[in-house]
Every structure is written in C-alpha cells, then in structure tokens.
Write a protein that binds this ligand. Structure first.
Ligand code: PLP
Length: 373
C-alpha cells in the first residue's frame, strides 16, 4: 500500500481551474493535460514557507536550481550539460515557439509528425514558416513515425519538431527510432526541437526516456530540448521550464527572440521546479504506479480502440466507427468533456486524460462505455 492518497477527490471548480470551468456542471472533464491529483506535501509545505517570507518580488534563477537541473539530467539520462546551455522560460509552449523563431527563416519548412499536441500545429503560422506534416502510422499495436515520408519531406524543412514522450499517442520512442530522427536531421541539415515535458511519466517498465540530444555530439549541437517538471508534479499553473541549447549561436538567437517579450518566472515556480528535480522520494514512483492502474482500466474499457500508453497519462482512442458529425457534442451529451482528435491532426479520435482519482475515472469510464455503444 502506498502512503500517498491519490484517491482523494478535490473540488477544483472554486479554484478557477481551466479544466473544470470549461464545461457546465454535470460534465466530467478529461481534456486538458493536468491531473486532478494533489501535488506532493513536501512541495506544498515549501511553497507555504516561501509565502510566509512575505515578499514575492522579482526573482533571478536560483543558482541552486541550475545545479539541481544539471544534476537531474545527469542522474536521469546521463546527460552532462553546462550551466550556460540552460535558458529559463515560463513554459514549454513559449519555448517551442521561440525555438522555431530561432531556427528558421520566414517561408522555411517545419517538419512535424502528427497527430501531436495541438499548439505544435500553430507554430508554422506563428513564426511565418511552412507546415510540413507527416502522419504517424499504426504498426500493429504501436504508433510509429513514417520514415519514408519524413525522409522525402525533410528536404523541404529546416526544423524538426519532436514530441517525446508523444502527446497524444503515449509513445516513448526507442533508441533506434530516435537514431533515425537524428540521422534524418543531420543528413538534411535540420535543427531539432524536442519537447520532453512528459519524460518523468513513463508507464511501460520496458521503456526508458532518452533525450534525443544525448545520441551524439552532432545532434546535440543542432538541438533545443525543452523540459519542465510541471506535468509530472501536477503544477502546470505555476509555469517553469528550461530550454537546453548547447550551440552558442542557436542560444544567442533564442535569447534575442525571448528578449523583452517573455516575462520572468515567479519565485513560487522556481521553487517548485527545484524541489521536483531534486526529488528522489517515493512520491513520483507511487504516482506512476497509480497512473499505471488507471491506464489498465481505460484499456480494459476501450480495448483495441487504443494502444498501450508507454508514457504520459493520455489515451488516444479510435472512435472512427461511430461516424460522428460532431464528436465533442456526442461525448458531452454523455457527460464527458474531451479533446477531439481533429485539433491534434487526427480526425476520428478522442484524447482522454486519465490522470485523476479512481472514483472520477470509474465514473468517466462508465460514461465512456455508454458513449461508445
Ligand atoms: C507535449 C506538451 N508540451 C507542452 C505542454 C504545455 O507546456 P507549458 O504549460 O509549459 O507551456 C503540454 C501540456 O499539455 C504538453 O502536453
């Protein structure tokens, strides 16, 4: 038995939660990627103590956070990064938009495997680039990149946007798969932006997260890798992320793109981020065990409509056979607030967030069963 009570149900509506205010009462939300699970007590206690200090002023990046981030990357992935490679930003979405501004010229192509976390798909228009999209393909019971297609399309691109662990399919790419991406980027001279925000949330014991930048010094030099502990520790409203940018030229352009536009990070966010990356307690392993149990329940409910989730707490569920005209409305009628696949570039699918207490999940799955009939 775990000492942590992930079964606790907390009413989030009074907190102006995005997740819980989007839909009217009566609809259970399983859409946006934050969990209905309390952050760890050690973190909440430290945040309370910080408030007791009484002054929440502008804050520089704490040197202890820089040391902690470097140690976390070394300990977790064997990646030895230099302090000057780290650029702090209030969010990963900010980071990948800055990455695109930094690495392409107007009109140049951005290669994006899809379906993918929907703000990826906005990036080309945001930065005046061309979207070059490639569909993931279902090979047996696994979503994989279509390397023939990617190789053809890479000639028209300057930047590859990777999401690993992959939102929404839940893939955690293997070393051979990442080697193919790295090889493609090097052969076609593409920079690579890798969003690795979900990397602490690995569910499949056979999988290990590998930052693509660690594959070789050559790919490291072409990379911008984005990390944040906000998903795993369920503090996404605080906002703190780091871009690891080994190449000096890319880093200088990134800093220039950030200048004057991107606000600083709050003292609470810096503190929570440092505590998360320093954490070696049982909290995260226990949470992952709980989330694995949730994943098994979702899969038992929807069967082969979904593939096993290797990482993240998101299920990508095939509802093409229902031939729905208005997918959102159908599931809302059954009391479910979901993300629909179109938004991610995957028509006919829904994305179901199972990062919640068991009782909430049970009710959601009861409604889902009815909606799928
Ligand atoms: C893959 C991915 N990247 C980025 C984000 C958002 O990151 P941030 O809140 O730091 O901008 C999310 C949130 O769902 C995500 O799933």
């Amino acid at each position: 038995m775990t000492e942590f009570n992930f079964d606790e149900v907390i009413d989030r509506r009074p907190s102006s939660s995005s997740k819980w205010t989007k839909f009217p009462d009566g609809i259970l939300p399983f859409w946006v990627a934050d969990m209905d699970i309390r952050a760890p007590e050690f973190m909440l206690d430290a945040l309370k103590s910080r408030i007791d200090h009484g002054i929440l002023g502008y804050t520089v990046t704490p040197p202890s956070l820089i040391d902690t981030a470097i140690a976390w990357l070394q300990r977790s992935y064997g990646w030895k990064v230099q302090a000057e490679w780290l650029v702090w930003i209030p969010g990963v979405v900010t980071g990948f938009n800055l990455a695109a501004r930094t690495t392409i010229n107007p009109g140049e192509g951005i290669l994006i495997p899809k379906p993918v976390y929907y703000p990826f798909l906005d990036v080309p228009a945001n930065v005046g680039g061309e979207a070059v999209l490639s569909d993931l393909i279902l090979a047996g019971q696994q979503w994989v990149m279509d390397f023939d297609d990617l190789n053809t399309k890479a000639a028209n691109a300057r930047l590859f946007m990777l999401c690993n662990p992959q939102n929404p399919t839940g893939r955690v790419y293997t070393r051979p798969e990442l080697e193919q991406v790295a090889d493609l980027c090097l052969r076609h001279n593409l920079s690579i932006m890798s969003d690795e925000i979900h990397c602490p949330i690995i569910l499949d014991p056979e999988r290990k997260h590998i930052p693509i930048a660690t594959l070789s010094p050559e790919i490291e030099a072409k990379s911008i890798t984005l990390f944040s502990p906000t998903k795993a520790y369920n503090i996404p409203g605080l906002g703190c992320a780091v871009a690891v940018i080994p190449d000096l030229g890319i880093r200088q352009r990134f800093l220039k793109a950030r200048a004057g536009l991107v606000p600083g990070i709050s003292p609470m966010a810096y503190l929570a981020c440092e505590l998360a990356w320093a954490d070696q307690s049982d909290w995260l392993p226990s949470l992952l065990q709980y989330i694995r149990g949730n994943e098994a329940l979702v899969r038992a409910t929807v069967g082969n409509r979904m593939t096993a989730v290797e990482g993240t707490y998101l299920a990508w569920i095939d509802v093409r056979d229902l031939r729905l005209n208005d997918t959102s409305a159908h599931f809302e009628r059954h009391g479910l607030g979901l993300f629909i696949g179109e938004q991610f570039g995957g028509k006919g699918y829904i994305r179901f967030n199972f990062g919640c207490p068991r009782t909430t999940l049970d009710e959601g799955l009861r409604r889902l069963t009815a909606a799928l009939q």
